[in-house]
Write a protein that binds this ligand. Structure first.
Ligand SMILES: Cc1cc2nc3c(=O)[nH]c(=O)nc-3n(C[C@H](O)[C@H](O)[C@H](O)COP(=O)(O)O)c2cc1C
Length: 510
């Protein structure tokens, strides 16, 4: 019988694993002369300044519909990807943004497409976070082309604005080489998390569109597809316009599954793989499309016999009047650089889990109770507990439907977590370390190779919610994109078919 070849997504994942035996050889050092610049510049175009609107409280604009409209868009973009801190670095300054990014490299770019609203003329805009402005670099209407590129997704019928996230690959590749694709998608997921929550603050509803013909979206944006590629599209429904109160549509469509790929050399794998995850024009009719949005599965995936089960049901976070606390938290979020090793209370852990996985508990506060993910049924959560009062140390499976922790291994893993996170002290000193995982083989069987993007963006999106809950609770939090993949499963007892997508550390800041 011929050997069954893995799909390119599985191959990419395997090839980009960190392993204690080979990591030293892979670490070649950085070429500082080629350090990428994390901003795009436009030589021509007209600028729409969004700054005046974030400097004022919303009440100031109540009687002026035009200013009110601008303020909502300004807040949405600022809370999604605005510059929120300036850090001195080697004689100059580094700017940090509302969304975190692996290594602070910010591969994601944000574009706004307007169908033509009373205030924003039709065309294409790049969000310039340095000046908090929109650069109008293409003035013709491209909405129909966007609809066609997004395979006539129903949300684009009635909306007038869309946000497109692209990735400038080299920015992240410079440091992380082929493995950068994972971090690019995780970063984009964090950004999608901000877009979801900032939309609620500014009365928009983002409809996530993962199924689009990549080449058409890239052409529409006039980007060089070798350097930069579209990763996600969201149609932005204006919730103050009754006609835009839309039902949700499908978020994830499948691509092909490639098993007949050549030997791709190191350094070229990221580009090759990105192309393989694209939806090609004309292929979509031949694919097995899921017609409806995947229903939340009713059963949690793992239910280990005889394991201890602990309920995590708790009171939701109160985000304050008009979600003011949420906005404050988004704008003050930072990744923690060191923990002091002290415990979390069990109540704090329960609150983190409640905000991240139980959006239905936030209906009274005006948050989306079914925020769009690509397909959360594919993602599992495991938590290594090193220091939580009332909770035995060990590794737990978090069952989101049952809202309980199910213990799989008893042990204090601090020493091992230090090693698993490539010797980063964040792993050792955190009170809990959250692992998001997925069964790659069955995910590819459902959505083709494109699922690799979906999985990492969904994991990043969950990571952003964890970040914001932690910051609200005055805890420290940091994502970790570098870990010894296979050893995580071995050491913590996570089933082998679960590929580790992302790690989030949480603890008390030092
Ligand atoms: C996907 C991802 C992976 C990350 N990996 C690490 C990591 O391995 N180690 C670390 O110290 N910080 C990590 N970070 C945190 C970034 O370094 C941090 O987001 C960046 O420096 C910007 O700072 P800010 O989050 O405070 O805005 C990661 C962040 C993201 C989003």
């Amino acid at each position: 019988m011929p050997e069954l070849r893995q799909s390119i997504a599985q191959h990419y994942h395997q090839r980009t694993k960190y392993d204690p035996q080979t990591i030293a050889a892979k670490n070649k050092g950085l070429d500082w002369a080629k350090q990428p610049v994390p901003f795009k510049e436009y030589k021509i175009g007209s600028e729409f300044d969004l700054k005046p609107y974030i400097q004022e409280k919303p009440e100031v604009f109540t009687n002026n519909p035009e200013s009110q409209w601008w303020q909502r868009l300004s807040r949405l973009l600022f809370c999604s990807y605005g510059l929120t801190a300036k850090m001195p670095s080697m004689g100059s300054a580094v700017y940090l943004r509302a969304a975190p990014s692996a290594g602070g490299l910010y591969p994601a770019e944000v574009y706004v497409v307007s169908r033509g609203t009373p205030f924003l003329p039709p065309g294409l805009y790049n969000y310039q976070c340095r000046s908090h402005s929109l650069m109008h670099y293409w003035e013709s209407d491209v909405w129909q082309r966007l609809q066609s590129a997004c395979l006539w997704h129903p949300a684009l019928d009635s909306t007038q604005l869309a946000i497109i996230i692209t990735a400038v690959f080299y920015r992240s590749e410079w440091r992380y080489e082929d493995r950068a694709y994972r971090r690019i998608c995780l970063d984009s997921g964090h950004l999608l998390g901000n877009i979801e929550l900032a939309s609620a603050i500014a009365d928009y509803r983002p409809h996530l569109i993962g199924g689009f013909v990549d080449e058409q979206v890239n052409e529409l944006l006039y980007i060089d597809p070798v350097q930069e590629g579209a990763i996600a599209v969201t149609a932005l429904a204006d919730l103050l316009d009754i006609q835009q109160n839309l039902p949700t549509g499908p978020t994830a469509l499948p691509s092909a599954t490639e098993t007949d790929y050549p030997e791709v050399p190191d350094g070229e794998l990221l580009s090759y793989f990105h192309c393989s995850t694209q939806i090609q024009q004309g292929t979509i009719g031949k694919l097995n499309l899921p017609q409806v949005k995947p229903e939340k599965s009713l059963e949690d995936k793992y239910n280990f016999p005889f394991c201890q089960k602990i309920s995590t049901v708790t009171t939701p976070i109160d985000w304050g009047k008009n979600l003011e606390e949420l906005e404050f938290t988004i704008l003050h979020r930072r990744s923690t650089r060191a923990y002091n090793g002290q415990n979390l209370t069990f109540e704090e852990l329960k609150t983190l889990l409640d905000f991240t996985y139980q959006p239905q508990n936030y209906i009274d506060q005006g948050l989306d109770i079914h925020p769009d993910y690509f397909d959360l049924n594919l993602i599992e959560t495991f938590i290594a507990v090193s220091g939580v009062e009332e909770l035995e140390t060990g590794c737990y499976y978090y069952a989101p439907q049952a809202q309980e922790l199910r213990q799989i291994r008893f042990k204090n893993f601090r020493r091992e977590l230090h090693f698993l996170c490539l010797g980063q002290e964040l792993g050792r000193d955190a009170a809990v370390v959250v692992f998001h995982t997925a069964d790659l083989k069955s995910s590819v069987a459902q959505y083709g190779d494109r699922v690799y993007r979906y999985l990492h963006m969904d994991a990043g999106h969950l990571g952003q919610r964890l970040n914001l809950a932690a910051v609200h609770l005055r805890l420290g939090v940091s994502g970790i994109g570098g870990f010894f993949d296979d050893q995580v499963n071995e050491v913590l007892g996570i089933p082998n078919e679960e590929a580790v997508l992302y790690v989030t550390t949480i603890g008390r800041p030092r």
